[in-house]
Each structure stands twice: as structure tokens, then as C-alpha cells.
Design a protein around this ligand. Sequence first.
Ligand SMILES: C[S@@+](CC[C@H](N)C(=O)[O-])C[C@H]1O[C@@H](n2cnc3c(N)ncnc32)[C@H](O)[C@@H]1O
Length: 311
Amino acid sequence: MLSNLQTRIKLLFKLPIAVSIVRILGKLGIQNSTLRRIDFLSAPDASRPTKATEILFHWMDQVGANPSEVLKKAAGGTVLEIGCGRYAGFAPIATLCNASRYIGIDPGLDPAVLKHRKVATGYFLPGLEQSSQYLRKHQTGLPQLPSPDIKTLNQLYQICDFRRAGIVEAMSTGEQVDLCLSISCLEHIQGFEEAAKTMAALSKPDTLHIHIVNFSNHLSKDKPFQGLYDRPFPEFAKAHSDLINGLRVTDLEQIFENAGLSLQMIPLDIGPDALPDSIDSYWTEKYNLDALSTRVAMFTTLPVKQNPAAR
Ligand SMILES: C[S@@+](CC[C@H](N)C(=O)[O-])C[C@H]1O[C@@H](n2cnc3c(N)ncnc32)[C@H](O)[C@@H]1O
């Protein structure tokens, strides 16, 4: 409990001063839309609008999939990003690809902040420019990539549908999408069975799914399973306020199958060396070592081969 508090305090002081002040005020119950906007524009992620794309393309490269698959699907189609975070990660890319719609879903996003004029010019406009440069550098083969301007910014707002809710509540019956992405989100969804059913319902036979799932403790990159496997999961969840759902790669495979959604699981990062010496029987009775040591995996409809580097 104390170490959890210490970690939070340390993290708070690593942030830009404006963000730390706004968050301390928030803890004291002082919040308003201006403060939320200051937090949004001053936090480190505001200066990295290509983060989600970089992560996705990195892992696609690793499994030999061409990132242009994503861009082709987005062109003229409906893009859904589950757990898009406060920064609506793929909104600029969806816009540059001429998607007809981008649905960004996250219980933590703030539509009023995202639609504010200062966020438009201070985050999305540079975000469009940086995304455009990133795509050019990555040679994704997009034909005649537009150089973003105010018209592109208007287009972004026309296609974007920001929904502050979890995936189950956010999607309406009958809504379907062409491209369904998530970066480091599925492991945070509580009640994942219902989420998987929703994902199955929003899928058409040709919907492209790419989900990058991070099974680590979300506390330490160097020791991804420390503090997680040395006790039963409910104890970890209690100590870290349901930070993650604790499902392992084999659970997700089973849940997707039960939901009728056929996704291939590709292990991306397996770290048997990262396993702690002693693992609580809560884990060893349910999972084999491959499942326990999978740190990152992709669930996808892409026709890719298993990543040999991961095994
Ligand atoms: C680790 S963050 C990743 C955010 C973003 N994708 C990124 O890469 O920066 C996980 C996100 O999942 C969101 N999330 C949690 N439960 C969710 C749910 N039921 N449906 C959709 N998103 C959810 C959280 O609010 C959080 O923003």
C-alpha cells in the first residue's frame, strides 16, 4: 500500500510542473475544463502523437506484416480504436487515410477537451503533420499523402466520434467496423467476456483486427512479472486498484473462441528469463510456462506466420 503510494508520488514529480499542479489540485477536488485542458496539452503524451502508430507498426514489422494493410483498410472505412486513451491515438492516421469514420472509445477520454480549439491547433494539427511525416518516412506507400492543413484538421473533426465509455457500453447494436485496433488496452478491460462478444458483434467477415496486448505487471519494464506471480491475482488486483484484468494469453484465446471471433494469437515477446523464481500456485495450476512468460502478444485476423523470434 505504502510502496504503491510512493510510486504514485514519484511518478507525479516526474511530470511537467503544470501537470503535477493540476493533478494535485484534482486530488483536492479542484477540477474544471480549463485545468483538464492544461493537463492534456502539457503532459508528455501530447508531444508524441504518433506513439500508437509507432507501437503498432513496430510489431507489424516484427511479424512480417506490411503496415500498409492497416492504411488500406482505413481508407474509406470505419476505424474503431478500443482504449484510444486520452489522446485518441489513431485519429490523425485515420484522417490522413481518408477514413469515413474514426470511433475512439475510452472511459478516460474527454470529448470536450478533444474538441477544444486549443487542442485542435495545439495537438491535432501538429499531430497530423507528424503522422504524415512518419508515414512518409515509413514508406507505407500511401498514394499522394496530403500535407496537412486546416482543411485536414476540419476533416479530422468531421470523421471523429469520441466516446467516453467502455467498449461494451460505447457500441450500439448493429454497428460494424472495417478496422478494429487496440494498443495495450485489452488487458485492462474488466469483464472481458462481454467485451469479446461486443468485438465479435461489430465484426464483418472482412474486418481487420489487430490488438497488441501487454501481459506484464504494468509496473516495471525490467521485471515484467514481479509482484504479479508471487501471489494470487486477486491480491495483486486489490493492491493496484484493478489496474489489469490478470487474464493470460490462453484465456484471451478461449474467450475469443467462445465469442465466435476467430483471431490468431502471435506471441511477440516471450521472456522465460523474466519469470520470478517462485510462482504462486494460483498461476501454475492454470497456466503453462509459455503462457506465463508471454509479455506481449498480437491477436489478429492478419494472415501472418507465427513469430519465430518469440519462441
Ligand atoms: C495503457 S492505456 C493505453 C492507451 C492507448 N492505447 C496508448 O497506447 O497510449 C489502456 C486504456 O484502456 C482503457 N480502457 C480500460 N477499460 C476499457 C474498456 N472497457 N473499454 C475501452 N477502453 C478501456 C483505459 O481507460 C486506458 O486509456
